[in-house]
Write a protein that binds this ligand. Structure first.
Ligand code: FES
Length: 75
């Protein structure tokens, strides 16, 4: 991933969205979540996490099945 920009989001196969780089994560009211500075963090996309919007690993036991192939067109 040498061409990957510093800030980017990696869609994990059957798992979360891994966020890299300096980004601000806010709720609908504009309140800022505390995210690890200088480290990546994972956002849940399976809906099973008990600490949304962050991933807590529940996708593994939930059997979340969502490939991350970006080559498929979006409808
Ligand atoms: S993607 Fe990991 S708990 Fe939902």
């Amino acid at each position: 991933m040498s061409d990957t920009p510093e800030s980017h989001i990696l869609v994990r196969d059957n798992g979360p969205l891994r966020v890299y780089g300096g980004v601000k994560l806010v709720d609908v009211e504009g309140n800022e979540y505390t995210v690890p500075e200088g480290e990546s963090f994972a956002l849940c996309r399976c809906g099973q996490s008990s600490r949304k919007p962050f991933c807590d690993g529940a996708h593994r036991t939930a059997g979340f099945d969502a490939p991350s192939d970006a080559s498929k067109p979006v409808d």
